[in-house]
Design a protein around this ligand. Structure first.
Ligand code: ZN
Length: 461
């Protein structure tokens, strides 16, 4: 046997050994994961968030709401915790309080804790400033304040429970699709059934369903994280419900009773489930999403390995200035109660000698799981363009899978891209009347978001 031939055979056998060893190591797993859940359905009747048109408190529970946490450690002991919630929003105050307490108790930096909400419109209002906006009766406002405090405690506890539950685990990633999300800016709701039939729905959408499967060393399912970019607005009734995401989680857990199913809301700021407003759609879309998740679970997923890295920063966004005093005085006589509220708020701040801030730090977080998966979690109700563009920029043939979450760490209101801002309408700036911000964002909004994403992606590389 010639030397070179011998060397080739030796190398081949070394390669086979390495391959076997790495398979063996994979079976032993390099991750530790722990999951926990807690029910967060408010007790009794409460003020619901989500539709400004709501004029009375809730009337019973159609489906319970949950907060769920997964704590994932890599082989070196680096940790991230992802919390998903059946809630309309995560307020900045809530996120900061939870992150502070988790940092104190578990030594986990804020960049390593991700708080996401499903944006269900059939759950509690927790934005305390909405008390005056919606004229919430005093007893129900008191309940809202109390609930917000309890929620903070529960989120801190569920994180602790997930950390305490950690055992060796495997992670794998796959993606599938489901098509009930419709761009609500480009298609009239009433036309959707016809447009869908004629294949004429227009406007950007992101129908992908990212799925992270977490199993134990025996291959038993521990957690199933999945995402979708679409408003949880099927129902506008007065009963508590997690909407389609609540039912998708329920159906996944019924099929995999040993697992915790966790819904991560995507960049669905301008996406609605259509048609809607019938209970049957809760089941139908919930099942369709659960089926899509199952398809991804049975696909030959991408093994996720390596170290977990995370970075968090505020994108320095800028608002247009508010109207002048004369216009604001006019607006205090408006027939629109929200315009009156907003004008009165700004005038009272000015009279008190305070200015209305023109800057806003929007939290953006990037979490890299080895070189296999990168999650980009953007604050606010970000429109779908953000997901599509982020994937276009960072998805490469040999690079990590890209998972874009919206509604993370601070859901202050809508986050338009430049296109949506210029087009105007509700998501472009119209919704600002319901917030304490001076005006729509300036035209730098999209550029500033992507500059921050770019900086964070470099940090985790
Ligand atoms: Zn919304």
């Amino acid at each position: 046997m010639s030397n070179s031939h011998y060397l080739k055979r030796l190398l081949a056998s070394v390669f086979m050994l390495t391959a076997t060893a790495s398979c063996g190591m994979a079976a032993e797993s390099s991750w530790r994961a722990g999951v926990a859940r807690t029910k967060i359905t408010p007790e009794g009747s409460y003020w619901m968030g989500g539709y400004a048109s709501r004029k009375r408190p809730s009337e019973g529970t159609f489906q319970d709401l949950y907060a769920k946490a997964i704590a994932i450690d890599d082989a070196g002991g680096s940790r991230v915790v992802i919390v998903t919630t059946d809630l309309l929003v995560i307020t900045r105050d809530l996120a900061e309080a939870v992150k502070r307490r988790v940092a104190d108790q578990h030594n986990l930096p804020p960049s390593r804790l991700l708080l996401n909400c499903s944006h269900t419109h059939c759950g509690p209002e927790i934005r305390l400033y909405r008390e005056s906006l919606h004229n919430i009766p005093a007893d129900l406002a008191g309940k809202m304040h109390k609930y917000a405090r309890q929620l903070e405690d529960r989120l801190v506890r569920v994180v602790g429970a997930a950390i305490a539950n950690q055992t060796p685990a495997h992670l794998s990633y796959a993606e599938s699709q489901v098509a009930f999300a419709v761009n609500r800016r480009n298609n009239r709701a009433a036309d959707v059934p016809r447009l869908r039939k004629e294949d004429k729905l227009i406007g950007p959408v992101d129908h992908s369903v990212p799925v992270l499967k977490v199993t134990d060393t025996e291959g038993r399912m521990m957690a199933i994280l999945f995402g979708y970019a679409c408003h949880n607005t099927i129902m506008s009734f007065y009963q508590t419900s997690g909407d389609y995401a609540g039912f998708a989680q329920q159906y996944i857990e019924e099929k995999h009773p040993e697992a915790v199913a966790m819904f991560v809301m995507g960049a669905g700021g301008d996406q609605n489930p259509e048609p809607r407003r019938k209970v049957e759609y809760l089941h139908q879309y919930g099942q369709a999403l659960a089926d899509a998740v199952d398809k991804a679970l049975t696909a030959p997923g991408r093994e996720v390995s390596g170290s977990v890295r995370a970075a968090l920063a505020d994108a320095p966004l800028e608002f247009q200035p508010h109207a002048d005093a004369e216009t604001l005085q006019e607006q205090t006589k408006s027939t629109n109660q929200y315009e009156r509220w907003k004008a009165n708020f700004i005038l009272s701040e000015l009279e008190a000698g305070r200015s209305i801030p023109r800057q806003y730090g929007l939290p953006i977080q990037v979490i890299a799981f080895g070189d296999d998966l990168m999650m980009v979690a953007i604050g606010g109700e970000c429109v779908v363009d953000y997901a599509l563009q982020t994937k276009r920029r960072y998805r490469h043939a040999d690079g990590p899978a890209i998972w874009v979450a919206g509604y993370s760490n601070d859901v202050f209101g809508y986050l338009p891209t430049l296109r949506v801002l210029k087009e105007g309408g509700y998501e472009g700036g119209g919704h600002m009347v319901y917030t304490k911000f001076p005006g729509p964002f300036t035209e730098t909004v999209e550029k500033r978001v992507f500059q921050t994403i770019e900086q964070l992606v470099k940090e985790v590389k």
